[in-house]
Design a protein around this ligand. Structure first.
Ligand code: AMP
Ligand code: TRP
Length: 332
């Protein structure tokens, strides 16, 4: 049985893409695997959050994990910054990672944009820290959305580089787990870009804390077209917004896209959207309510985070000692 690691940045606006692409899948996996679900606050620092907002968002992600069904007694829920070994291993990995590998990272290019010279070193080194997050626990599986695939491939390359450099099979190469159904949830305004925390339009996404009316309103406003729904997804390839909504429905209803297209064949979007709103509310309403309750009680959240941090720290400490010994540091 393997060990699972995944994480989300506490940068606010946790949305349906994070839920369907990541958190929802974690809930099922935690039953069969030892699981660590991290709140990657060190990564969030690359975006220069206000300290008070950062604290708020860390607790918000913790509340979302728990409200969505992650069991804080069974799985480890903790902020990345509470386990120093992530940074210690990241440095060791930095010394083994050729710049050429980092220069290929799509997310860096997207986030740095045209201002590459102004981008901070943290953003550039981001995937090295991500590799350390996973490998410090010797995690074997990493459930993520499709956008993170390249980072996990890099983590595998770095693990291989370490093993080769030190002539050992210390790290097993971690496997990404990307569920096809929920791989990529797109913006409600533009079906060619992914739903994202940083989109300037709040109407592009469904947030965990959106209430019933707002969710219904956002879906009614979501971009579609005036053609009826086709019985075959292939016939809708040039209609990204329509496909996205059908895909969201399929994922929530645990159906295939084909099944949903058949079910709604010939329908216009107004009646379909009604059904979609029902599906989203059935799943997200209880989560929002639990999340709001949890957020009222900061002490309980902090107690869960402390427990998760203690467990994670002790596992990471054990591994970092072995790694320090392998690379030739003195154990004093
Ligand atoms: P982030 O919001 O970038 O911190 O991403 C946290 C997790 O949610 C990662 O596993 C992402 O792959 C996943 N994720 C983020 N946005 C989406 C999306 N639009 N569709 C599917 N998965 C997503
Ligand atoms: N980079 C990931 C994201 O933006 C978050 C993350 C950091 C992560 N470290 C990780 C995901 C380790 C999986 C494993 O979504």
């Amino acid at each position: 049985m393997g060990r699972i690691f995944s994480g989300i940045q506490p940068t606010g606006n946790l949305h349906l893409g994070n839920y369907l692409g990541a958190i929802r899948n974690w809930v099922n996996m935690q039953r069969a695997h030892e699981s660590l679900f991290c709140i990657v606050d060190l990564h969030a620092l690359t975006t220069h959050p206000e300290p008070q907002k950062l604290q708020e968002h860390i607790r918000e992600v913790a509340a979302a994990y728990i409200a969505a069904g992650i069991d804080p007694e069974k799985s480890y829920i903790f902020p990345q910054s509470s386990v120093p070994a992530h940074c210690e291993l990241a440095w060791i990995f930095s010394c083994l990672t050729p710049l050429g590998w980092l220069n290929r990272m799509i997310q860096f290019k997207e986030k740095a944009g045209k201002q590459r010279e102004q981008a901070n070193l943290g953003l550039y080194a981001y995937p090295v820290l991500q590799a350390a997050d996973i490998l410090i626990y010797k995690a074997t599986h990493v459930p993520i959305g499709e956008d993170q695939k390249q980072h996990i491939e890099l983590a595998r390359d770095i693990a291989g580089a370490f093993n080769r450099q030190y002539g050992q099979d210390y790290f097993e190469l971690p496997e990404p787990i990307i569920l096809k159904t929920s791989a990529r949830i797109m913006s409600l305004r533009d079906g060619t870009v992914k739903m994202s925390k940083s989109d300037s339009s709040d109407y592009s996404r469904i947030n965990f804390l959106d209430d019933t009316d707002l969710i219904a309103h956002k879906i009614r406003k979501a971009k579609t077209d005036s053609d009826p729904i086709s019985g075959k997804p292939e016939a809708m390839e040039h209609r990204p917004e329509a496909l996205n909504l059908l895909g969201i429905y399929a994922t929530l209803a645990n159906l295939t896209l084909e099944e949903v297209c058949q079910q709604f064949e010939g329908s216009t979007f107004a009646p379909f959207k009604k059904k979609l709103i029902e599906q989203i509310l059935a799943e997200m309403d209880p989560i929002r309510k639990r999340m709001i309750d949890l957020l009222k009680d900061q002490t309980t959240i902090d107690t869960f985070l402390k427990k998760g941090s203690d467990k994670a720290r002790s596992l990471a400490f054990h591994h970092i000692k072995e790694i320090q010994d392998i690379v030739g540091f003195l154990s004093l």
